[in-house]
Design a protein around this ligand. Structure first.
Ligand SMILES: [Fe+2]
Ligand SMILES: [Fe+2]
Length: 259
């Protein structure tokens, strides 16, 4: 039991975690969700997610370096070690985009092109995610990178398994073959989340006063990620209208976080 995480950090994340679960992330788990819209969501998530996944290794490595510069050697070294584990994960998103496009083109009348999907500019949430990391790295509180990692990798542990079940239910049991990024992260982020939580506990043991900045940064990361999912759902709806000429089956209405 990581007591200081539970008492000093987690209570300040309750609202943001609820906002995440009841936003687009929650909508995606609805049992009446339209399978075509779901597929288009995945296409947007994988292709647009490349720009927020490719820099992860560099963000963690540079945050670790900054921690060492401000005298936090232990955390800095731990972060630098973790950085290598995140190298090239964007390549899985590129491969998944290509596999999803292949699947779409085999089943739908209007074809898509993976290169075109991968070439679209960054969305506002992706820009915000990049800015959050860069701000943390250059700030006097580079240890806040740990809170970003904890909240985002934790999503793979909490939302990941039900989301993968939804993928299998709506797209068929073979869908995992087109979702290597998600499938792998549901696996490996269990270990990463335990690692992050342990680092967080160690950090709070030495510096209880860091809790508010950590909680603020973790909540900001989670909100931005929730907004990214909402953006992907919005793009998917627009594409469904353009590609199929109708809105298709209505998905259940729910509160979607404003982007
Ligand atoms: Fe990763
Ligand atoms: Fe990870």
């Amino acid at each position: 039991m990581n007591e200081l995480v539970a008492t000093l950090y987690t209570p300040h994340l309750v609202t943001a975690r609820t906002r995440f679960e009841t936003g687009a992330a929650g909508v995606m788990l609805d049992e009446d969700f339209d399978p075509v819209l779901f597929e288009l969501f995945l296409l947007n998530y994988c292709s647009r997610g490349v720009r927020m996944t490719e820099p992860v290794e560099s963000w963690i490595e540079r945050a670790g370096k900054r921690c060492r510069e401000v005298g936090m050697d232990k955390l800095g070294i731990a972060l630098q070690k973790h950085a290598a584990a995140e190298a090239n994960h964007h390549l899985m998103m590129i491969a998944d985009t290509q596999a999803l496009v292949k699947r779409w083109n085999a089943n739908q009348p209007k074809p898509l092109a993976a290169e075109a999907l991968l070439a679209v500019p960054a969305t506002p949430a992706v820009d915000a995610y990049v800015t959050l990391h860069e701000d943390v790295i250059r700030s006097s509180e580079p240890y806040c990178q740990l809170a970003i990692e904890f909240e985002i990798e934790r999503i793979s542990v909490t939302w990941g398994p039900p989301f993968m079940r939804q993928c299998a239910r709506l797209l068929g049991p073979d869908s995992n073959e087109t979702l290597s990024f998600l499938a792998e992260h549901v696996e490996v982020d269990q270990g990463h989340t335990k690692f992050n939580e342990l680092q967080l506990e160690r950090l709070l043991t030495e510096h209880r006063s860091f809790a508010p900045a950590l909680a603020r940064t973790g909540a900001a990361a989670l909100d931005i990620y929730g907004n990214f999912l909402a953006e992907c759902l919005g793009f998917a709806r627009t594409m469904r209208g353009a590609l199929l000429g109708s809105k298709g089956r209505e998905e259940p209405s729910a509160q979607i976080a404003q982007v």
